[in-house]
Structures are given as C-alpha cells and as structure tokens.
Unconditional design. Structure first.
Length: 272
C-alpha cells in the first residue's frame, strides 16, 4: 500500500516527465541554514516555572529519576538551577513517546526531547524511508551544525579521546542521517530515498556549475567554449575536433629535444 501511494504520487506530480519537479512530497520541516538545522528544546509554557512540588508529581519514571539526579547535582554543587529548569524539563519530557500531537508539534518546530529521541530511534517506517515526510534538510548545513555542536562540547567539557573518537565518528555519520531525515540507525541497511537528492544538491553546492576552458586549449576561432563547433563552420568542417593537441599553437611540441649532458656509468656514456 505504501509503495502504491508513492507510485501514485510520482504519476500525479509529473516529476517523471519534468526533472525540475521533485519526486518527493513536501516534508513537514524543510527550513534551510545551519541555525535552523540545529536541534532545539521545546518552548512550551508547561515547562516553565516548575517547582519541586511539580517534580514530585511527575508520573514518568525515567523523567522523575533524571530530574531527581538534576536536583541532587545542583544541590551538591550549590548551583542556581532556576535558569536551567525550563530547558531540563523540556529535554527530559517523554510526552512525544506516546502523544502523537506533541510529536507532530516537535517535528514541525525541529524540537527534541528524550521522548522524541526514543520514539525516532525505535521507529523504522517504510513510508518515512521512502518519502522523508518528517524532515528533508540540506546535507551541508546539517553537517556544519553537527560539527559546531561537537566542537562546542569539546571546548566546554573534558571529553576523553576514546569518547571523542566515537562522538565524531557516530555523529557525523548516523547523526547526520538522523538530523537530515529522522532516519534511525536501526533501519540499516535501508537507505533513505532522499539521500540521493541530498548528495546531488551537495555536489551542486561544492562543484562549479560550469567549467571555463581557456582559449589556448581549444580552437576559439571556430568553436564555442563548450567545445561545440560554431554553426557557420558546421557544414564546412563537420568532423572538426575543437580541442587542441600538443602540436597546435601556441604549444607546437613537434620537435624532439636533445641534451648534450652526458651521464657516465662506469665505462659507458649515455647522451640524452
């Protein structure tokens, strides 16, 4: 059924006959730029002005223990947790794990929490792999965003070398795929369909759209810069080769040069 819907979309979109039209449906989150690619925490008002009484009423066991550990740590080092409270509450929330409305809102705003991370990691839908309906970002900004995040972590925290190796390796491979398309590593060896389009877009960003060939490398008086023969010469010399050889001007490398410097080896003398 999923493949049938996708093939029906291919036919209706007209992408099979017009290459300027994408064969992938519009994703929920498609913003561009490094800043937009960075993961965010939820700004929901329910995560602000939390008190110790609110913490004790937390029903989710995982969130409760994480918050207790946070309170214990901040009490132990006498750290003011007021400024960080909303961010911690937003991150430890597991609402996205069982509430589809909360999950849809977080996907639309590019927000993350423990609940969404767990949901995305253990979810491997064929429709998401084919259509990338949740997220479809550009490869270059996402790579740059993760590079910045990992660099900041290394500057702020004393990360051991072994952990640093896996942090760079995993985040710049599986992490890039997850931030790009919400692609879980559990879906391997399946590959997102939109990865091909992402690599093509990356090649357009890194490689020049047109290569300017110097006039000395082709017959500029008879040919265009794309090495095609000009119309006025097409009938006169139809099989003319536009590219120059080493025998043509200004090179004219048609003579063999000799050197009079002898190379002696024992009793033999070799002249070049």
């Amino acid at each position: 059924m999923i493949l049938a819907k996708y093939y029906a979309y291919l036919t209706q979109s007209g992408c099979l006959t017009n290459m300027s039209i994408s064969c992938l449906p519009q994703a929920v989150f498609t913003k561009t730029g490094i800043l937009n690619a960075l993961p965010r925490l939820s700004q929901d008002v329910k995560f602000t002005n939390q008190t110790l009484q609110n913490i004790s009423q937390e029903k989710d066991i995982l969130s409760l223990y994480i918050l207790r550990f946070f309170y214990f740590t901040t009490d132990f080092i006498t750290f003011d947790r007021t400024a960080m409270m909303s961010a911690v509450m937003a991150f430890v929330s597991t609402d996205a794990l069982y509430d589809e409305t909360v999950l849809a809102t977080m996907v639309r705003n590019n927000e993350y929490s423990i609940g969404r991370l767990m949901h995305d990691y253990f979810t491997c839908g064929l429709q998401q792999t084919i259509s990338c309906e949740k997220k479809n970002l550009s490869l270059f900004p996402v790579f740059g965003a993760l590079f910045i995040v990992i660099s900041v972590v290394h500057m702020v925290l004393p990360v051991p070398s072994v952990i640093s190796f896996f942090l760079w390796t995993i985040d710049l491979t599986w992490g890039v795929g997850y931030i790009l398309y919400d692609f879980s590593r559990l879906c391997s060896p399946r590959i997102p369909t939109c990865l091909g389009g992402g690599l093509y877009e990356l090649s357009e960003q890194l490689l020049p759209l047109k290569i300017q060939i110097p006039d000395t490398l082709y017959h500029a008086d008879k040919c265009n810069n794309d090495l095609t023969l000009r119309p006025e010469f097409a009938n006169i010399i139809p099989n003319f080769a536009c590219g120059k050889t080493c025998l043509d001007a200004p090179y004219k490398m048609n003579a063999t040069s000799q050197s009079s410097l002898p190379l002696k080896r024992g009793s033999d003398t070799i002249v070049l």
